[in-house]
Design a protein around this ligand. Structure first.
Ligand SMILES: Nc1ncnc2c1ncn2[C@@H]1O[C@H](COP(=O)(O)OP(=O)(O)OP(=O)(O)O)[C@@H](O)[C@H]1O
Length: 655
């Protein structure tokens, strides 16, 4: 534990020994400490009084950067959600270090306000010494300031990740910062802050040029709709008015080199023809080539005409590119985008975040009610990642009997224990080496194995049971749960340190009833369930009912209902009359045990099986994980059986 005196002595020793390099302190920290002492006359051991601007000045300052504040608001919330559980605060300062906006974790806010992390507080180096926001402003680049890198002892409890937000002219507009208490800092926080800054810069750009034609591009089709896209704003003659930072980086040019140039001097395409194609084919990127080097890009065009929509809505609709137009199959969009049938803000956020972080080795935790598509989403992340050609290994932690889970996960050497396979067994974790490991229902993993898994994830090597030589591991991790893990942690059923290890980012899949794209989703599942030889459609009245339904079993239940209707239909249009009997009224008393709606489809043996399963469900109090373990089948197998035998789990109270 650093004391105020040892911290002060260390700072002085480093500053006084400069310019001789002091090996354990990075040069930018040394330089900042020198500024703090020689320019600002600060003392690391004396906490300056906090300098907080008056509220009317704060309002004026917020007003001055209103476009950034507006663009940053939702992005800061998203960033906060991504890392909030780690006791973090997300902040925005202006160019003089005045804190304009603050999102804090309730547990952190109290401690934060003590150190002055509150709107109006000034966090420039002059007032707070070396710190994320102030030093980022001084250096004009992203940086992480760890605990005792801070100049003032008072701030050494924090770790800050800060990045500057620039406008397209290269002027700094603001600084975005995520600060947390040191022992909880996930290592990828600076990456997330940088990505959020890119998103904010794009929004500020698009808002500034609302009403102008935009040319949006990337070298990979799936990135045309993401924060990584390059954006060019054009005038009415299709000449470049402005280019985003990502555009310049991708083309390897400066603003001055391209401003005023016609677009067709940069790419082998005229803006008008691209716009015509984009309007004809919808949000579909086209292959274009850069006129100087012949490099291939994928591009879309938007006219800037809004039809009453906000510029961002227009942009989102036209640039998120769920399908491709003149793009060969090998360049098809990532499977993640295919999970979004229409536009749903939460799914869009989930997909974009997954794309942002997964290739950077950030562990993803998928949460959501049963049947919301967590397993499908995990597979799609893998298939959309740069490991798509490597193994994808999924383990359902709830379905493997407790005594087998250790050998399943970690494998064993020949003769490791009585009854073991003579050749030994390669564990699932090793099988996933080089690729992706998906731990489904991680909330059901026994505590002893949680400890072992945590060690493997931290040490990044694994030794099988009975084996001594560890193998180096290189796996990307996705976990999923429908449980409330914080509640499990509170009840000592889940390790808190493992929780932080598996949730680099948490993505919550929305329940079907809340998805804005449920109509398109219903349509899609209907198509999947339709027979190959005919098109089945849904009447407007039925569609309306399906859209308004609560769907406790989510997309799985939707699929099941459509499958039953498909089997019982008379013609090729499904109407309200095709609905299962209890669909509108809700489950009746003893409905699961009563004659099933599909009874005409079940043979006597299946009916008997159904009765027996309902009996088991009652005995296990409808705890599906427990029953699956007792029956020694996976939860998914149990679900399939429930679906096939038309047992409505949502009606369990009535049984
Ligand atoms: N976006 C989607 N489009 C079409 N079908 C989907 C989509 N998402 C999920 N489904 C379907 O919903 C069903 C359930 O999906 P999945 O098993 O991935 O859900 P889950 O959240 O992992 O469920 P559980 O928590 O119960 O294991 C599957 O039949 C799957 O094909």
């Amino acid at each position: 534990m650093v004391s105020v005196h040892s911290h002060g002595a260390r700072v002085r020793e480093v500053v006084e020994s400069s310019p001789a390099p002091y090996s354990r302190v990075p040069p930018h920290i040394t330089e900042s400490w020198i500024r703090c002492i020689s320019e600002y006359q600060l003392d690391p051991t004396i906490p300056h009084e906090l300098y907080v601007v008056e509220s009317h000045e704060l309002l004026e300052r917020q007003e001055q950067v209103a476009p950034v504040m507006r663009a940053a608001k939702s992005e800061m919330t998203v960033l906060f959600q991504q890392i909030a559980k780690s006791d973090y605060a997300i902040m925005l300062t202006d160019t003089e270090g005045v804190l304009l906006n603050f999102f804090g974790d309730p547990g952190f806010t109290h401690a934060a306000s003590k150190s002055g992390l509150m709107p109006g507080a000034v966090w420039s180096e002059r007032f707070q010494g070396t710190n994320g926001m102030g030093t980022c402003l001084a250096e004009q680049r992203p940086m992480m300031i760890h605990q005792d890198d801070h100049f003032l002892f008072r701030n050494t409890g924090l770790t800050c990740a800060a990045a500057p937000i620039f406008d397209w002219r290269g002027q700094i507009l603001a600084v975005l910062d995520a600060s947390g208490e040191t022992h909880r800092v996930p290592s990828h926080v600076l990456d997330l802050v940088n990505m959020t800054v890119q998103e904010i810069e794009n929004k500020v750009f698009v808002n500034e040029f609302s009403g102008r034609p935009l040319f949006v591009f990337h070298s990979r089709p799936e990135f045309v709709g993401t924060l990584n896209k390059g954006i060019i704003a054009l005038d009415s003659d299709s000449c470049v008015l402005a280019a985003s930072r990502n555009c310049l980086a991708q083309l390897g040019v400066t603003s001055n080199e391209i401003i005023g140039q016609p677009l067709d001097a940069l790419f082998n395409v005229s803006f008008k023809s691209l716009l015509r194609e984009s309007q004809k084919h919808g949000p579909a990127p086209f292959i274009v080539f850069d006129a100087h080097h012949g490099r291939r890009f994928f591009a879309t065009a938007t006219s800037g005409q809004s039809d009453g929509k906000s510029p961002l809505q227009v942009f989102a609709t036209q640039a998120s590119a769920p399908t491709l137009s003149n793009v060969p199959a090998s360049d098809r969009l990532t499977p993640l985008y295919e999970l979004q049938r229409g536009h749903d803000a939460r799914m869009e956020h989930n997909i974009q975040t997954a794309m942002r972080v997964f290739d950077r080795d950030v562990a993803i935790l998928l949460c959501g009610e049963t049947g919301t598509g967590k397993e499908l989403f995990a597979k799609a992340i893998h298939l959309s990642s740069n490991r798509a050609d490597q193994p994808y290994v999924a383990i359902n932690c709830a379905s493997i009997p407790e005594q087998l889970i250790e050998s399943e996960l970690f494998g064993y050497k020949p003769g490791a224990f009585t009854g073991a396979n003579k050749e030994g067994q390669i564990g699932k974790i090793c099988q996933a080496n080089g690729g992706t490991l998906f731990l489904d229902e991680i909330g059901d993993m026994p505590l002893a194995l949680q400890t072992r898994l945590l060690r493997v994830l931290e040490e990044r090597e694994i030794a099988p049971l009975g084996g001594k030589t560890p193998t180096k591991l290189d796996i990307r991790l996705i976990s999923a749960t429908h449980c409330d893990l914080p509640e499990k942690i509170a009840n000592n059923l889940f390790r808190e340190d493992l929780y932080y290890r598996i949730q680099g980012v948490t993505l919550t899949l929305p329940p079907l009833r809340e998805r804005a794209d449920r109509k398109e989703l219903i349509q899609f599942v209907l198509e999947q369930e339709s027979p190959d030889d005919g098109i089945v459609t849904i009447s407007d009245e039925l569609m309306d009912l399906l859209e308004r339904h609560q769907w406790p079993g989510n997309i799985r239940q939707l699929r099941n209902v459509l499958r039953v209707m498909m089997a019982l239909r008379d013609g090729n249009v499904l109407t309200r009359d095709c609905l299962p009997a209890d669909f509108l009224t809700g489950p009746k008393e003893n409905s699961a045990a009563s004659a099933p709606i599909t009874s005409s489809l079940l043979n006597p043996l299946e009916l008997a099986e159904r009765e027996a399963l309902i009996q088991e469900l009652r005995i296990s109090h409808w705890n599906l994980s427990k029953l699956a373990r007792q029956l020694k089948v996976s939860r998914n197998t149990l679900y399939r059986k429930l679906e096939r035998l038309d047992i409505n789990v949502a009606s369990r109270e009535a049984c």
